[in-house]
Design a protein around this ligand. Structure first.
Ligand SMILES: Nc1nc2c(c(=O)[nH]1)N[C@H]1C(S)=C(S)[C@@H](COP(=O)(O)OP(=O)(O)OC[C@H]3O[C@@H](n4cnc5c(=O)[nH]c(N)nc54)[C@H](O)[C@@H]3O)O[C@H]1N2
Ligand SMILES: Nc1nc2c(c(=O)[nH]1)N[C@H]1C(S)=C(S)[C@@H](COP(=O)(O)OP(=O)(O)OC[C@H]3O[C@@H](n4cnc5c(=O)[nH]c(N)nc54)[C@H](O)[C@@H]3O)O[C@H]1N2
Ligand code: SF4
Ligand SMILES: [Mo]
Length: 769
């Protein structure tokens, strides 16, 4: 149906801004989004919305958004046509790979790729076309420890159990603040309401966080742990379960190996032993363990504060170990594996290939790969260090590592030294200003939305799809088409129809499916199946294919009542697919076909945890942790005027006792120093942080000349990641330690610097040598 562009109307759009994936009802005047409300009929979010979703119109219409590609000419980024932009890429990248080898072209994938259709469907084709191992993603600033522990335990790095929020009786939550973040690796719109409901039904909530967050204030028990020591605390909980004979894996018992080995490994982590390091008394630890064991159904859940730390993989592993020891993994009310509509359809349980770690290592520092990725923290050295395999060109999709990764100043210099760089990004920001070609995606209202990633992490199985709410104006390209053309430009097919990429994937998928005895289309011929796909675009046809071959699909007629794209389109508020259900052993792909409770790489990392017991700070040592604000989103929502100001500020939170000792005053300024450098920020004195802990949010530092972020530049804040030099990593996952690293803090005498200036288009931006 054609849109009436003259009058006011509403359209549904799933919010792409965080993992909660709320259904929004947009008000649209002409082509402009003038309002957003929660969609009350949405099968998952039931009308919930947060201030970010409500401001999506501001993001959509941000005058600083790029509306045409930019191409660097004589050192200057200037507006260009799409053909000029893709021509430039097709000229430069294949030639560089030809001359210097495939590893010379690197790829960086940022967080929004998990929030877009394009980001889900095209990066794998891009990587196969480039055949590079130089892959860096936001995962090594985030959840890679969880992928590694899941890979080792279950055989599949994407088999991530989520807490059964709506049915659990006890939630032990570590290093997460869903009242600000709205949840992560646990897609649950209205997380706050769901936590309140847990308490209303008589359940209990324990929050482990060095800060008394809004989430902690909702809890029955808040444990203000010393940062970086969650793995020790969790090991002590496991110790108590064994020591007091409280373990009972229940239905899982026959599917787990290594229980005795874990018991032996935990023996040395008694509560009394870990208490001084964790800053949590032994009696509290014992009580926590007993509560966990006694609850009829309980879930342990850890997020950022338990991942981006020295022992992130061990902590992530221990979260699942505790769920297993208490019989809570894979049972309703515990932690369960979601089954998304685009997942592979379940098949009979059988041993699998297992999960390999460290199949190759990074060139300069020898970091092991994890899930095919190298640590983002090692990106700068891979660009700067001469020698065979040096990265000379970079494709950056939806990432801003100059702010989100350690030592942005070094990365800023490194990016400036590349031979060629492409950014697919709506903003000219701290990272994209280095690109030779910037390809801007359209605003959210012009894009279709499907949650390929988050449906597999949702607390309820469900499926929703929204088509673009506003048609694409002339001159803009859908991001799927941008990425498809990028794939063609780097693979010697420059200029071919972008649907060729989709057709290739469809053909490959169907060829594999018809040969698979477990597939509903086994033995059929691929071509008629491909012809039967519906959808207006390549991505829609691929979605139809995945839905039809998926666990709830129609199997191309095998189950006439099953899911297809057309059926999904008939349900604009989504289709509820029921509560999470047990999936072990079908979900396991370890070599043994069982849950491998004490995998070798984990066992080999335990001595490092033991060493952490001895690692005592002096009485006045300070460590830094991050924090998120509800009205912020990593590095890229600071340009939305509706969301800035209020509590959404880049301040250094300091405990009153530390402030008094250090001579800091509220509203004064402090200089923070660590391995990578110093930053100076306004001081906010609050007893919400534990003594010995200071907190600074990330994603700030919008002072660099050459960006076009006029609102953000007026309140630039400082980049907390400048404090890091990129050498502190969780060794198993390559994840940067962003929380719990030592800092020194001193009063700053310097006044607040002037705000940054914003480059008008055409200003010379970091000319290349
Ligand atoms: N100190 C510290 N550092 C952290 C963290 C922390 O807690 N503390 N958190 C880390 C975490 S969890 C993450 S996920 C990373 C995030 O790290 P990044 O992914 O590097 O950073 P973002 O700030 O999310 O930047 C996303 C980029 O995508 C662009 N973008 C937005 N929407 C779209 C779109 O639809 N399409 C495209 N192509 N581009 C788009 C934005 O303009 C921006 O440039 O940061 C990490 N850094
Ligand atoms: N408003 C908003 N929402 C977001 C984002 C955002 O930037 N803003 N980012 C999105 C992204 S990319 C992600 S990954 C998710 C993250 O979602 P969450 O994991 O909920 O992230 P945070 O809100 O940073 O909460 C982490 C908490 O860990 C605590 N912490 C720090 N160190 C330690 C430690 O050593 N141990 C323990 N136990 N706690 C510690 C911090 O004090 C903080 O309260 O949020 C997503 N949602
Ligand atoms: S909670 Fe997340 S998904 Fe929901 S409206 Fe807010 S930003 Fe969007
Ligand atoms: Mo993240």
């Amino acid at each position: 149906m054609p849109h009436d562009l003259s009058s006011s109307r509403t359209a549904l759009r799933i919010c792409p801004l965080c993992e909660a994936t709320c259904g929004l009802s947009l008000t649209i005047e002409g082509t402009r989004v003038t309002g957003a409300r929660g969609d009350r009929e949405d099968v998952l979010s039931h009308g919930f919305i947060c201030p970010k979703g409500a401001s999506i119109g501001g993001l959509d219409a941000d005058p600083d958004r790029l509306r045409t590609p930019l191409v660097r000419r004589d050192g200057v980024l200037t507006e260009a046509t799409w053909s000029e932009a893709f021509d430039a890429i097709a000229r430069a990248l294949p030639a560089l790979a030809e001359e210097h080898g495939q590893q010379a072209v690197g790829v960086v994938l940022g967080n929004p790729n998990v929030h877009t259709v394009a980001g889900a469907l095209y990066p794998s084709a891009l990587l196969s076309a480039l055949r590079t191992r130089a892959l860096f993603t936001a995962s090594t600033l985030d959840q890679m420890p969880k992928h590694v522990s899941s890979g080792l335990l279950f055989g599949d790095p994407n088999a991530i159990a989520v807490p059964d929020l709506d049915r659990t009786g006890h939630l032990l939550l570590l290093g997460a603040n869903p009242l600000e973040s709205n949840g992560s690796l646990c897609t649950a719109p209205d997380f706050p309401g769901r936590l309140k409901a847990l308490r209303r039904r008589g359940g209990t909530l324990t929050v482990v966080d060095p800060r008394r967050t809004r989430t902690a204030r909702l809890a029955d028990r808040h444990v203000a742990i010393r940062p970086g020591t969650d793995a020790l605390l969790l090991a002590a909980l496991a110790h108590v379960l064994f020591d007091e004979k409280l373990t009972d894996p229940g239905a899982l018992a026959g599917h787990v190996e290594g229980l005795d080995e874990v018991a032996a490994a935990m023996a040395e982590f008694a509560p009394e032993t870990v208490a001084p390091a964790c800053g949590v008394d032994a009696a509290t630890i014992r009580t926590m363990a007993r509560e966990l064991a006694a609850a009829p159904a309980a879930a342990v859940y850890g997020r950022i504060g338990s991942c981006t730390v020295e022992h992130g993989t061990l902590a992530s592993w221990l979260v699942d170990v505790l769920n297993i020891l208490t019989g809570n993994l894979d049972r309703p009310g515990g932690a369960l594996f979601p089954l998304s509509a685009t997942a592979r359809a379940p098949r009979p349980a059988a041993p699998g290939k297992g999960f390999a770690l460290g199949r190759w290592t990074s060139r300069v520092s020898g970091h092991p790969e994890a899930k095919g990725e190298l640590p983002v923290a090692a990106l700068a050295e891979e660009i700067e260090t001469p020698g065979e395999g040096r990265i000379r060109a970079l494709i950056v999709l939806a990432a801003n590592p100059v702010l989100s990764a350690p030592d942005g100043d070094r990365l800023d210099r490194a990016l400036g030294g590349l031979d060629f760089m492409v950014s697919v990004d709506p903003y000219l920001n701290e990272t994209s200003l280095h690109a030779d070609v910037v390809l801007p995606p359209p605003p959210p209202s012009r894009s279709a939305h499907f949650d390929f990633a988050f449906n597999a992490l949702a607390v309820r199985n469900q499926v929703r799809y929204t088509r673009p709410a506003v048609p694409l104006e002339d001159g803009l390209l859908d991001e799927s088409e941008i990425l498809a053309r990028l794939v063609l430009a780097v693979s010697g097919m420059h200029g071919a129809d972008p649907s060729a990429v989709d057709d290739l994937v469809i053909d490959r998928t169907l060829t594999r499916a018809v040969a698979d005895p477990h597939s509903p289309v086994h033995g059929r011929s691929p071509a008629p199946l491909a012809a039967a796909l519906t959808g207006r675009t390549g991505p829609e046809r691929r979605l139809d294919l995945m839905l039809r071959l998926g666990p709830y699909g129609d199997g191309f007629g095998a189950d006439p009542d099953g899911l297809t794209l057309e059926r999904l389109l008939d349900h604009p508020h989504g289709i509820d697919l029921g509560p999470l259900r047990p999936r072990i052993p079908e979900v396991l792909t370890t070599r043994s076909g069982r849950v491998e409770l004490l995998p070798e790489p984990i066992a080999a990392d335990l001595p490092r945890l033991r060493d952490a017991l001895a690692d005592r700070d002096g009485p006045h040592a300070l460590v830094l942790v991050g924090r998120r604000h509800l009205r912020s989103n990593n590095s890229w929502l600071h340009n939305i005027a509706e969301l800035s100001g209020g509590s959404n500020v880049c301040t250094l939170q300091v405990h009153p006792a530390d402030a008094a000792r250090l001579g800091l005053v509220d509203g004064g300024r402090a200089t923070v120093a660590s391995d990578g450098g110093t930053v100076t920020a306004p001081v906010e004195i609050t007893d919400a942080v534990r003594p010995g802990v200071v907190s600074l949010p990330h994603g700030w530092g919008h002072h660099r000349p050459g960006t076009r972020l006029s609102v953000a530049a007026a309140r630039p804040g400082v980049n907390v990641n400048q404090l890091l030099d990129g050498t502190r990593l969780d060794p198993l996952s390559g994840t940067a330690v962003l929380n719990g690293f030592p800092v020194t803090v001193t009063p700053a005498m310097t006044p607040e610097p002037a705000t940054a200036t914003v480059a008008p288009m055409g200003t010379p931006v970091v000319p290349r040598p």
